[in-house]
Design a protein around this ligand. Structure first.
Ligand code: F3S
Length: 640
């Protein structure tokens, strides 16, 4: 039986276990990446593990989220990360170099390698034929310390691409179509592997747009084969020697298959407030728009921005529209400056902002109240833009640019404009934003720790009786951003969990933090897909700090479930989802004989308020049980 590309790479890296879906394996992790928003916590955890040099082939610390530096806090975080990176042999990418995933694709991604990143869009690397997985910060710290990562073997879905995209349709429309078909839960426990002759018509950066937003499917990762286009891309970045051809066996067997005809695709948009709320631009109609934001790790490649510049050239941004553009990397910005494309954008009235995450994370450019904002980004959850009542639509760069000129959401394929063609370009290497850690070690490099950096919270060993009061009864699809908001007010405090915890769940229920503090020990009851969205470890650390002992939900998103276990918090799934309705804030719960119950099929949760008993499942692997018993991963690793 032929093998999928994903399983071939996993097999090459297998250290323990078997490639059987649903079982646990440990794999060698070749590379890691961190960004600054999750990175401060990762490096605090790495320090706590008392390691010398990292065990990976390559680890990079990027600064791309909190680059505004409106106070000392961000600058202190950057200095801290820089000092720890030096101590442990990690490359440091200075603020201003660009967005972690775009930079990693350009500079370090290698077909066939494994990559673990403390950012949910790490699967961007799948566009180069990598197994690139987003994980919680602690998993990434452990991968650096040990060079390994443990995961549950995913199933593999095949998305077979036929035909070729028409002008004005793009890679963004491909992934929006996949999201429309599979939904934000459709990829959970799965790898999405792209095959078919349509793959040949997509460049590496097109493919990276698609694998990037595979995160929105909830997938473990997404992957494309490595072929002539991959070779061409690596050569254009001055790294032709990193190329290796990779593909699934022709008779590979997949768990599911979805067929997409690229020539049938038309411009699409994800409507407010979910990336899978997808329709065609034509069906949505010519709604009036207030803001257009182009960039993010999804759509800020050279080709994306060249298309935008070509559409804008000689035109004028509509008077009612604010158009902001953030290039993905310093290399791209430099090239756009050299070839005149930047002048075309500015000439049309575009605002050029720093090549960083920026508006994607609500760091500036929040739209006005009630605004319609078109964004080429990957998420449009309510409030993520920084404006709670903004209506954010996710679109391709082509749709964003033509709409910015016309002032209304526009389907370029029917508006009478020809889509300009774009030339490829080569990029000379520019290392001036990178600090190499040569010659440094833990002995001669002190940690630089400013006053805003507080130790991360640690849990205690699991007790045999776990008592907790329900402090929140949440709905379906709660995001990590709902749990721990990350807007410009709070981003400077990512290394200060005690301060952040005051804002935990503030968008859902502003009384949550206070209630937890009064209860002492608390529980959260949640609906389906609890913890979807970003890999934000703080969405587990803030509840840990507030005394959350367990979360009882209808289902969990993968990374958040891991983050809870890493923190020693039990994620429990209702055996009967209808039981969810029996719980309310203030109910007193207890799990008796918790330690023995961990080994059973189901765990009994007693509701002392209504006098009933409920069954819930943990489905914990042996390693996960050990972590929960120890009160979290760090305690387990340190033998405490
Ligand atoms: Fe940054 Fe947004 Fe991507 S925050 S890493 S550009 S999802």
């Amino acid at each position: 039986m032929g093998k999928t590309l994903a399983y071939k790479i996993l097999e090459n890296h297998l250290l323990a276990g078997e490639l059987v879906p649903g079982t646990e394996i440990t794999i060698k992790m070749d590379q890691t990446l961190t960004q600054d928003s999750t990175g401060t916590m990762v490096y605090l955890q790495l320090e706590a593990m008392d390691v010398d040099k990292v065990k990976t082939e390559l680890s990079v610390a990027y600064i791309d989220h909190n680059t505004l530096q409106t106070g000392f806090e961000n600058a202190d975080d950057h200095a801290f990360i820089k000092s720890v990176a030096k101590r442990h042999g990690v490359l440091f990418s200075k603020p201003g170099n660009g967005i972690c995933h775009q930079l990693h694709l350009e500079n370090y991604g290698i077909p066939g390698k494994t990559l673990l990143g403390s950012d949910s869009h790490t699967p961007t690397g799948g566009g180069l034929g990598m197994i690139a997985i987003g994980a919680g910060g602690l998993d990434v710290a452990v991968a650096m310390a040990k060079g390994t990562y443990s995961l549950t073997v995913p199933k593999v879905i095949n998305v077979q691409l036929n035909g070729k995209l028409k002008p004005w349709s793009s890679a963004k429309d491909v992934i929006l179509k996949v999201l429309q078909e599979l939904t934000v839960k459709g990829g959970v426990g799965k790898i999405v592997e792209y095959t078919g002759e349509g793959v040949k018509s997509l460049s590496v950066t097109d493919r990276a747009t698609i694998t990037n937003m595979g995160a929105e499917l909830g997938a473990t990762t997404s992957i494309f084969p490595s072929d002539e286009n991959t070779k061409k891309y690596l050569e254009s970045q001055g790294r032709g020697e990193d190329f290796v051809a990779l593909a699934a066996d022709p008779d590979a067997v997949y768990d599911e298959t979805l067929v997409i005809d690229l020539d049938q695709l038309v411009p699409m948009a994800a409507k407010p407030h979910s990336p899978d709320n997808v329709d065609t631009v034509a069906n949505i109609g010519e709604i009036k728009i207030d803001q257009v934001a182009i960039g993010s790790c999804t759509n800020s490649s050279y080709a994306d921005l060249m298309k935008v510049a070509a559409i804008l050239k000689g035109k004028k941004v509509h008077p009612d529209v604010s158009l902001v553009i953030s290039p993905g990397s310093s290399r791209i910005l430099k090239k756009l400056a050299e070839n005149g494309a930047l002048a075309d954008m500015i000439g049309a009235g575009a605002r050029i902002i720093e090549n960083a995450c920026g508006p994607c994370i609500g760091m500036g450019q929040s739209p006005k109240s009630g605004a319609v904002s078109l964004r080429t980004f990957n998420r449009n959850f309510k409030g993520r833009s920084g404006t709670l009542d903004a209506q954010v639509y996710l679109v391709s760069p082509e749709t964003a640019a033509i709409s910015a000129i016309r002032g209304v959401l526009t389907d370029g394929s029917t508006c009478g404009e020809a889509m300009p063609t774009i030339e490829d370009a080569d990029f000379p290497k520019n290392d001036n934003f990178i600090i190499y850690p040569e010659g440094c070690s833990v002995d001669n490099t002190p940690v630089e720790m400013g006053p805003n950096i507080k130790p991360f919270p640690r849990n205690e060993h699991l007790t045999d009786t776990v008592e907790a009061e329900v402090c929140l009864h949440a709905g379906d699809n709660i995001t990590t951003d709902d749990i721990m908001p990350s807007d410009s007010r709070l981003l400077p405090y990512r290394s200060n969990v005690p301060y952040l915890s005051n804002f935990c769940f503030e968008k859902i229920d502003a009384g949550f933090a206070e209630r937890c503090k009064n209860a002492g020990a608390c529980a959260i009851v949640g609906g389906e897909n609890y913890g979807q969205g970003s890999s934000r470890e703080h969405a587990a650390l803030a509840p840990l700090y507030l005394g959350v002992k367990f979360v009882l939900a209808k289902s969990f998103a993968r990374i958040h479930r891991s983050n809870l276990i890493n923190s020693g918090i039990l994620p429990l799934v209702f055996e009967n989802p209808a039981d969810y309705d029996d719980f309310a804030i203030g109910h007193k719960l207890v799990i008796e004989n918790a330690i023995a119950q961990l080994d059973g099929e189901a765990i009994t949760v007693k509701n002392l308020t209504n006098g009933k008993e409920y069954k819930a499942r943990g489905n914990f692997s042996d390693l996960e049980k050990k972590m929960i018993l120890a009160g979290g991963k760090i305690n387990l690793i340190k033998g405490e």
